[in-house]
Design a protein around this ligand. Structure first.
Ligand SMILES: NC(=O)C1=CN([C@@H]2O[C@H](COP(=O)(O)OP(=O)(O)OC[C@H]3O[C@@H](n4cnc5c(N)ncnc54)[C@H](O)[C@@H]3O)[C@@H](O)[C@H]2O)C=CC1
Ligand SMILES: O=C(CO)COP(=O)(O)O
Length: 336
């Protein structure tokens, strides 16, 4: 890949677990790295203690990582990573707009679909900041492990291959390996849909339905994700790559996942409000389930697992009844 651009400073929007971990990746690489967070305590903790006790407890951060509560400070950065929850990205982009040159690339790191509009994050940025180049960073990456510099790989998708190469160079490291893809749509589908499927896998765990059921769910979930992705213009190989099956396997296999653990608690019979009251950290699948279901209907794609999760999240349906419905679907050929 040809690579002409060099990035020397990286801005991060979002002081949660993933924004902080990506800040460590960038600072470790030697980039001048500035993280914006709205929470003053988080900013002070990063600047003074090199820690983010609220979102990444027990992890020492790179001392070179700096933070600010003033979004205008990010205007001087060469590239920006957008790492707040998906439902806040439009608001963030609007707040950024007065401070941003149109040539600054925006790298989407949120995994979700906008509830109100059904827009992918790239479409949201296309509405608000139409001239800025866009890339997507998505893959099997738990923030805590990345912050601790444990090895990980990720898809970096960008239509412009030269820009993609420059971004890979800007953040890539032996322990954080970005793989370039031209498939900006596909890289967003995996991240959004796997969160919903991870809630389903968590429910299976909470209901003690066994490992066979979980493997079946992951595999048939991949078929759903692939059908949906292809209908929206994704490449099949993206669905079997890091941002697709890679992230699906990770998120459906570990209670480190907020989506998986939310599903597990629901499967154990706990109420959503009680679960949310005692946890910090976004579970994007809860926000994306209904909108994925709606989009799937619009493009004529059958997504029974997503439908089951959306039904359980948004109605009083009994989990036993929903499961019975799922298991009594007609037998069919394997494949997508
Ligand atoms: N935590 C992880 O391991 C990974 C997370 N992601 C994705 O990154 C995105 C962010 O996730 P996390 O950092 O883990 O979430 P988090 O829950 O740890 O932190 C969310 C951050 O967003 C901020 N925030 C919430 N509402 C906001 C608003 N209206 N305006 C501005 N800021 C707001 C919070 O103050 C907090 O700093 C999500 O889309 C998630 O799916 C992607 C890969 C890994
Ligand atoms: O996206 C993630 C791993 O790749 C993080 O998953 P959770 O948001 O479910 O914790």
């Amino acid at each position: 890949m040809e690579n002409k651009t060099t990035f020397r400073s990286i801005g991060i929007l979002g002081g949660g677990a993933w924004g902080t971990a990506l800040g460590c990746v960038s600072a470790r690489k030697g980039q001048k790295t500035l993280l914006w967070a709205r929470n003053e305590a988080v900013v002070a903790d990063i600047n003074h203690n090199h820690a983010n006790h609220l979102y990444l407890p027990d992890i020492a951060l790179e001392p070179r990582l700096k933070a600010s509560t003033n979004i205008a400070d990010l205007g001087g950065c060469d590239a920006l990573l957008l790492v707040s929850p998906a439902q806040t990205i439009r608001h963030m982009a609007l707040a950024l707009r007065p401070h941003l040159d149109v040539h600054i690339p925006l790298i989407i790191c949120a995994k979700g679909i906008e509830q109100e509009t059904g827009a992918l994050m790239s479409q949201v940025l296309g509405d608000v900041l139409p001239k800025n180049p866009v890339a997507v960073l998505s893959g099997p990456n738990f923030a805590g492990e990345v912050a601790r510099d444990l090895p990980a790989a990720v898809t970096l998708a960008c239509h412009d291959e030269a820009l993609g190469a420059a971004l890979v160079d800007a953040i890539g490291a032996p322990t954080f390996r970005p793989y370039y893809s031209p498939d900006v749509i596909g890289a967003q589908i995996g991240g959004a849909v796997k969160n919903v499927l991870a809630i389903a896998c968590g429910m299976v765990a909470g209901l003690a339905l066994g490992e066979n059921a979980r493997a079946a769910l992951i595999t048939r979930g991949l078929a759903e994700m692939t059908r949906f992705g292809l209908a929206l213009g994704a490449l099949r190989e993206t669905m079997t790559g890091l941002s697709g099956v890679g992230d699906l396997i990770l998120t459906c296999s570990s209670e480190q996942s907020r989506n998986m653990s939310l599903g597990k608690a629901l499967g154990e019979g706990r109420k959503m409000a009680d679960i949310l009251a005692e946890r910090r950290g976004v579970a994007e699948g809860a926000a994306s389930a209904a909108v994925v279901q709606k989009l799937a209907l619009e493009v004529g794609v059958d997504m029974p697992i997503v439908e089951a999760v959306a039904t359980l999240l948004h109605s009083d349906a009994d989990v036993g009844d929903v499961l019975k419905h799922l298991l009594s679907r007609p037998f069919r050929h394997e494949g997508i």
